[in-house]
Structure formats: C-alpha cells, structure tokens
Design a protein around this ligand. Structure first.
Ligand code: DMJ
Length: 654
C-alpha cells in the first residue's frame, strides 16, 4: 500500500490531463544504466573517425555524467524506508555548485497526501476480502497483547511487557482483563473470553470487597463499563442475538454473574456521589471501607465528574434500581446551571475540601475553579458525554434530556468560534486552548486526546446513521454539515500527527505553527511529510501511550461518511503500532519518543490498547456494520452500551 502522506507531486508535468497520476512516468532511472547507454552511443560514433562539434559536445556530456557518477551527492535524496515513503534528507544544506546545474531532478514516485491517494489512485480501493484479512491481523494483535498479559501479569491491572511483570496502577481490579472482555467477545476470540470471564467470576468479587483506593472515573469507565458491556453482549438484557451483529456462535460470558459484580462495584462507587455535599462526586473511593474521599487539592476534573452517566444510567435500566441513574445525572443537571464561555468550561471544579474550608463564607463549592479551557486532558469527555448521554436515552431526547443536546450544540459553536484555527503554511485545522481564560493568550497546543472530537462531531451530526441516509432523509441542518466538515478536517490533522513523525505514531501533544506566532520548535522527524513545518513536537511531549482517540474517530467517520480513506489511514497507523510497539515475548509497549528511530520503549501496556485501540481498529475494518452506531453508544473507554429505547419501542422491536 502506498504511503499516507508526503510532498506534493514532483511537478505539474507529472499529472496527466485527466488529473490522474500515471505511475509509469515515475519509474526509477538508474544513473549507471544511463551512463553506460550514453557511453555505448558515443563510442560507436568515435569509430566513424571524424571529430565534429557534435562529438565534442557528446564528450563533454560523457565527462559530466562520469563526474556525477563518481562523486557522492552531498544533499540529494537518501532512499530509505519510512512507512513506504522516501526520506528527504534536509539536514545538510550546501551552497549550489556546478553539480546542482548538471544534476537532473530525481524522478521518484509521487508521494501524495492521503486525500489525493484516495481520489486519484484506484489501487487503494481494497476488496472486502482484503479488509477482512486486515481485520484478522488486528485480532492477532489483540491475541498477542493478551498472551503477554496472561503470561506475565494475569490479575494485575497492567502488563509491563519489557520486564515481564504486572503492575497495579488502577487499584488492583485486574483492569486489563475487564477492559478486554467485550473486545474478545466482539472479535470472537473465544479462548480469551473464557479465560477473562473465568477470572472475573472467581476473583473480581473478592478484589472489590478487599481492595483499597480506586479512582471513581477510571473504575467506572474501564471496569464498570467493561462489565456492563460484556453483560449486554452476552445477552443479559435481551433475548436472541439482539442488534449487535455479533454471531450467536461466538463465546459469551455469564451475564447474571456480570450483573451481580457490577452492582456490588457500583454500590461502593455510589458513595462518591452520596458522600459529597455538592452535586459533584468525590474523586476516590476506598472499596473495602465503603468510604469516599476528595482529591488532596479538593479539585475535581471536569471530565471525570461528568463522564459517569452512560454506565450508571444503563445499570439502573438493567437492574431496575433508579438510584444509579439519579445520582449520576445530578452532576449533569448541576453542570447546566454553571456559567460557561460560549458553552465551553474550565477543566477543574471546586470539590469537597473547598466546601469544608469555605463552609461558612462561600456557597461556591461545585463551581468551576480557574479558567483553563481545553478539549484535551480533564476537559475532553465532558463534551463527549453531553452528546452520548442524550443519544443513549432515546425516549427522553426531546423532553427531560433536551438540555444536554443544547449544551453540546452550544459548546461546539464555542469550539468553532474560539478554539479552531488553521496552521501556516498548509492550513491544517486544529483545536487549541485558552489556559488563562478567553481573555488570555491562545495556545496552539492540541493533546492527542482531542482526537476523540472528530468522531463525536460526526456522531452529533447524523446521530449514528450514514451521511448519505441522513441527506436523503433531509435530516441534516447547515450546522450538522458544518460540524461534519470540521470532523473531517480535524481527523486529517490527527492522522498527520502520526504521519509527520519518524515512527508514524503520534506524540502525546502537538503544537501548531500559526500566523504571527513566533513559537518554533522541533518537528516530528519525517521530512518528507507535507506538514513537517506545520506541526511542532516538543521534547517532553514525544511519548506515545498506544492511545485510541484517532482510530476511534476514523472508525466513526468511516461508518458515517463511508469514505475508504479513513480505513487506509487506520491501516497505516496499525502497521506503525505493529512495527514499533510489538514486543516479541508478548504484548505491546508504549514509546518514549516517536520522533527517533529506533524509538525507545516504555515498559507499559495500557489497558485501553486492548479495550479501545484494537477494538476500534477491528471495527474500522469490519465489513458488516457490527454494533451499528444508531443502536449503540460507546462509552469513553470504547465499551458499547445499547441505546435505550422506551419500553414500548423495545417491545415492538423484539
Ligand atoms: C481512556 O481511558 C479514555 O478514552 C478516556 O476518556 C481518555 N483517556 C484514555 C485513552 O486515551
């Protein structure tokens, strides 16, 4: 497959009249062959005996070619493999000399940016069976990741793939196992389903009753979300095969046990809500003590407090107990009342500690703290859940939950008005930050975490159906179309954050060159990428944690627009993960620096690589619309939960 990005066509002459690229024009010309050919031609002329002006010129040309052949080019192309692209070595720049005039420009294959590859190169239209073969590769990667975890870290939260150990960074609930279970069910990785569900049944209840401190948000999205999704996919809340499209023959888990464990866990987590004097839950729970605590600084992350509702609401639905939904939804109702900046919110909320300290003089607990506005860490999934909670509860979309869609819509207007900018020189669209509020300076910084936004914007535009169907049914407003366009533009920027680096993997954070901003900085190392001067990657931001957000958005955009370029991009990213993060003995590692080759590895495989990244890649290459987006919402950890229809609607569809 062709490389995903690179410089524009070598010259306009390389573009045919039809606008299509003719690859035959770019066959590599060997200098040696050219020299021998010209020597042969000229030597036959010498045999004629006469020394003419023409012969003199030929001799000159031969000498020139000989000179070129024998001297190494100081600054020419250095062919090398980089995601199927050549590397243009710009490191050494010398003043032009005579050789510059003699040397023909190299005739290399055109390296086109992804869009143009899609438009002009029919070779990229892979057949359904090729996509199924690629999907199988993703399943093999998942099995490889699991094998490493099972062999060296079974029962721990995460695998340290280089030192062959496990680590409990998430409270010791075997987070990788629970995060992986629904992915294994979706992929039909039957042995893993059996191993994971056996471990959950035999060990998780005890762990939940004995373990200490866990973070409310992380435990909800990874563990509770994972249990509930596996419960649903195992037929817990529906008879027959349901809407998921997962073959009945695939191994499932025991739904009753999963629901029991979910309730026990959620009952303990619920204390974070009920112990708080405000609508904002405390950030941590001590599981064995059934107590909850605020973070030491008393601040809650906005995204953490507001990214709990899909899970708790679904649990209320399937358990018949409204308390989970009631407590979790109080947070969003409270958020509705807070002052915002064009729908945008600061990333911290004052929590319990502030409340206690300021009990007598300030009613401000539960209010925002500071003015830092961003859609990256601590802000991201607030915006995601405004939309997804509204989508999930179909029966209340036009009534009691309408406010959520209104908050989402206002926020996206705010994003477009305040945060969206374009880079120089190549006009990449990105979402920046206001670290000191909207009256402070704009920062052209974007976390990789922001790459969830293209998927969310696309979902918000069509509500999960295809763009084609939405247009045919006249369902798209001008704003929906605008949001869909922004989604596509941002997705391109997110993939360029990968393609611009030496490894083809994105850094944790990127900065962007904008007009009038003197801030410069190092690039990603792939000099052949068109956007190498648009994207800055600072030394401390060069790590990659195997994060899912970009492939998540590619999956959603592919489902909604049906544009095959999203799959091509996803495949390139998958190949880069395979090349640079796969550990032979099992598992995948994070990287310290995506801009250097070979990249230094970091001894950690995050649970979301199995829970999210590989799941989204698998579904991106899926040929059969498994887990349709108008029937499922994926929680922020990629655990699919069903859209909850009214009881009446549900009984019609059984
Ligand atoms: C995941 O745990 C979730 O997607 C969360 O919302 C953000 N960060 C990680 C993955 O990057």
């Amino acid at each position: 497959m062709s490389g995903g990005s690179g410089p524009l066509p070598y010259s306009m002459r390389d573009v045919g009249a039809s606008g299509a690229y003719n690859n035959a024009k770019f066959r590599h010309r060997s200098r040696l062959k050219m020299f021998l050919q010209s020597l042969a031609t000229n030597s036959s002329k010498y045999r004629c005996g006469k020394f003419t002006v023409g012969k003199f010129l030929s001799l000159l040309m031969v000498s020139g070619l000989l000179y070129l052949f024998l001297h190494k080019s100081p600054d020419g192309f250095v062919p090398g493999e980089l995601h199927g692209k050549e590397v243009h070595n710009n490191n050494v720049r010398k003043a032009p000399n005579i050789r510059t005039f003699w040397r023909k420009p190299p005739r290399l294959p055109p390296r086109l940016p992804p869009n143009e590859i899609y438009k002009n190169n029919t070779l990229l239209q892979h057949s359904p069976s090729e996509w199924t073969a690629r999907q199988k590769k993703v399943k093999e990667a998942f099995e490889h990741a699991w094998t490493g975890y099972r062999n060296y870290a079974m029962g721990y939260d995460e695998l340290m793939p280089l030192s062959h150990r496990g680590t409990d960074g998430l409270g010791g609930l075997g987070a990788t196992i629970v995060d992986s279970l629904d992915t294994a069910i979706i992929m039909g990785a039957d042995d893993i389903v059996s191993e994971a569900s056996k471990w959950i049944e035999e060990n998780l209840p005890k762990r939940i009753s004995e373990k200490g401190q866990v973070n409310l948000f992380e435990t909800t999205i990874r563990v509770l979300g994972g249990l509930l999704s596996a419960y649903h996919l195992s037929g817990g809340d529906h008879a027959g095969t349901g809407y998921s499209g997962i073959p009945a023959s695939y191994t499932k888990a025991n739904p009753e046990r999963l629901l029991e464990v979910s309730k026990d866990l959620a009952d303990r987590l619920l204390l974070a809500f009920t112990s708080s004097p405000t609508a904002i839950p405390l950030s941590d729970v001590i599981l064995r003590d059934r107590t909850a605590h605020a973070a030491p600084d008393g601040l809650s992350s906005t995204s953490e407090a507001t990214t709990l509702q899909l899970e708790f609401s679904y649990l209320s639905r399937v358990s018949g107990d409204p308390k989970y939904d009631r407590e979790a939804m109080k947070v969003l109702e409270h958020m509705k009342t807070l002052p915002k900046v064009e729908g945008l919110v600061p990333i911290h909320i004052k929590g319990n500690l502030y409340y206690l300290l300021a009990f007598m003089c300030s009613p401000s607990s539960g209010q925002f703290s500071g003015e830092n506005i961003r859609l990256g860490s601590r802000g991201d999934s607030y915006y995601e859940y405004l939309l997804k909670v509204w989508i999930q509860q179909e029966e209340y979309r036009n009534s009691s939950l309408k406010y959520l869609f209104e908050m989402y819509t206002e926020a996206m207007k705010g994003v477009k008005h305040l945060l969206v900018r374009k880079t120089v020189p190549n006009e990449l669209v990105f979402v920046g930050e206001f670290p000191f509020g909207r009256n402070g300076d704009f920062s052209p910084k974007m976390d990789h975490l922001v790459c969830f936004l293209p998927g969310t914007l696309a979902l918000g535009a069509t509500k999960g159906i295809t763009k084609k169907k939405a247009l045919e049914s006249n369902l798209l407003t001008d704003e929906d179309i605008e949001n869909l366009q922004l989604a596509e533009d941002l997705a391109k920027t997110c993939v360029e954050m990968y393609f611009v680096t030496s490894t083809g993997l994105a850094p944790e954070i990127a900065y962007f060159h904008i007009e009038g901003n003197p801030e410069g900085g190092p690039d990603g190392g792939n000099k052949s990428n068109k956007y190498v001067n648009d994207i800055i990657i600072k030394p401390l931001d060069r790590h990659n944690l195997l994060r899912p957000e970009t492939v998540e958005s590619l999956f959603v955009l592919h489902r909604i627009t049906e544009d095959p370029k999203y799959r091509e991009w996803g495949w390139q990213i998958f190949e880069a993960f395979e090349k640079y993060t796969k550990v032979d003995s099992g598992g995948y590692s994070s990287l310290d620096d995506v801009t250097s080759l070979p990249p230094h590895r970091r001894d950690k495989m995050e649970t979301f690589f199995l829970g999210e990244t590989l799941k989204y890649l698998y579904l991106l290459f899926d040929e059969s619309n498994t887990l349709p987006l108008d029937k499922y919402v994926f929680n922020t950890e990629a655990h699919p939960l069903p859209v909850m229809q009214s009881v009446e609607q549900a009984s019609h569809s059984v």
